[in-house]
Design a protein around this ligand. Structure first.
Ligand code: PMP
Length: 388
């Protein structure tokens, strides 16, 4: 059967307007393509730890599969995992939802709460997916510019000025992807004080890099307990336990919100993979020494990368968390995408332009790689920059 163009031709839904594969994925794919052609590319573009998933976690998954934990799981998460998360957080299981990655927790929250035109305040630089997730759910992202001179962090004045009757959420990320900024307890309290005056605004605190903080980390609900009844905390095993592929994340919040998110999830995935949930349970309840060991290793890499980039003349602030640096691109280049393209084509190093995070004039380099790759990558970046 032939399909007539125009009649049977493919048509994208309007809600996808302006939404494409993320620039990070596009760059990683181009790096992989170059590699396939035999080009020696060092990709410092992806946001995942290079460490393996701990063996006891893999064994728990194996055992769960052999033991028959292979049926549909409960929609909001297995009782064992939900209660382990709840216990750690000091809440009830009904306040916890387990999803297919922290990513699905965020999308689920927006789908469960946003009506067309509802606004979500977030900050630039932001993790690339935030704005598109809000748009997919029919909402309007309100992006507030938070440049380096304010530590890439939102100020109470900016927040106050941006709130409207249509504001439903403030979306915060601490430690941040891509800047590594970590909000202090006092900074969170000051933002909380603004929100005390605006009862329609709820908070999403994305704390997925909690265990990769090199400065004191304070969870939002600890800094501002009075707002716990309108806060959703997002976390997961991807970054802390090197489990990006297992796709387990969770949200902790008021029970009615969690129930609404479960209703969404029930129609989309029927719940996260039962075997991956067993693995996440082993990660959370097993030995925790690896968290400090891996944090120390990442911190040493951070210091190496910050020193290397500054020595190359690229102004690079020291991140307090996560595994990214967000330096400025050189004045000599017309734009951040041009600089990233230059590095990929002439130095064989993949990094991501700041434009993808809502802040041009910068680039993001992930230091979640072995020291050899980082050292070699830095040397190549320095050479390519010196030639500009
Ligand atoms: N939030 C932030 C800030 C992230 O950087 C990421 C992963 N890049 C996620 C959420 C999603 O994590 P997950 O793998 O659990 O979906």
């Amino acid at each position: 059967m032939t399909i007539q163009n125009g009649l049977g031709g493919f048509r994208r839904a309007g809600r996808l307007d302006g939404i494409e594969l993320s620039e990070i994925v596009q760059i990683s794919e181009r790096a992989a393509q170059l590699r396939a052609q035999g080009v020696d590319v060092i990709a410092l573009s992806t946001g995942e730890p290079d460490f393996p998933t701990p063996p006891h976690v893999v064994e728990a998954a194996h055992k769960a599969a052999l033991d028959g934990q292979t049926r549909y799981p409960a929609t909001a998460g297995t009782p064992a995992l939900r209660s382990a998360i709840a216990e750690q957080a000091g809440v009830e299981s009904a306040q916890v939802i387990v999803s297919t990655g922290a990513k699905q927790v965020l999308v689920g929250a927006f789908l469960a709460t946003l009506d067309p035109g509802d606004q979500v305040i977030t900050t630039a630089p932001f993790w690339t997916s935030y704005a598109d997730m809000v748009k997919l759910a029919g909402g309007v992202p309100i992006v507030l510019n938070c440049p380096r001179k304010q530590g890439f962090k939102l100020t109470p004045e900016q927040l106050e000025a941006a709130i409207t009757p249509r504001t439903r959420w403030l979306l915060l990320n601490t430690p941040s992807n891509p800047t590594g900024a970590v909000y202090t307890e006092a900074e969170l309290r000051a933002l909380g004080a603004v929100l005390e005056r605006h009862r329609q605004v709820w908070v999403i605190s994305d704390e997925i890099y909690q265990h990769l903080a090199y400065a004191p980390f304070t969870p939002f609900t600890q800094a501002v307990p009075t707002l716990a009844d309108r806060t959703l905390t997002v976390n997961g095993v991807s970054k802390a336990y090197s489990m990006t592929g297992w796709r387990i994340g969770w949200g902790i919040g008021p029970a009615p919100l969690i129930k609404a998110m479960a209703a969404v999830q029930g129609q989309i995935t029927s719940g996260a993979c039962s075997i991956a949930q067993a693995a996440a349970l082993a990660a959370l309840t097993g030995p925790q020494d690896l968290l400090a060991e891996r944090r120390a290793a990442m911190r040493a890499r951070r210091d190496l990368v910050v020193a290397g980039l500054n020595a190359a003349g690229l102004a690079c602030p020291v991140p307090d968390g996560a595994f990214y640096v967000f330096p400025q691109t050189p004045q000599a280049m017309p734009s951040d995408p041009a600089f990233c393209r230059h590095l990929l084509d002439h130095a064989g190093v993949a990094v991501v332009p700041g434009r993808a995070f809502g802040m041009p004039g910068h680039f993001r380099l992930s230091f979640a790689y072995d020291t050899d790759s980082l050292t070699q990558g830095l040397r190549r970046i320095a050479d390519a920059t010196a030639k500009l």
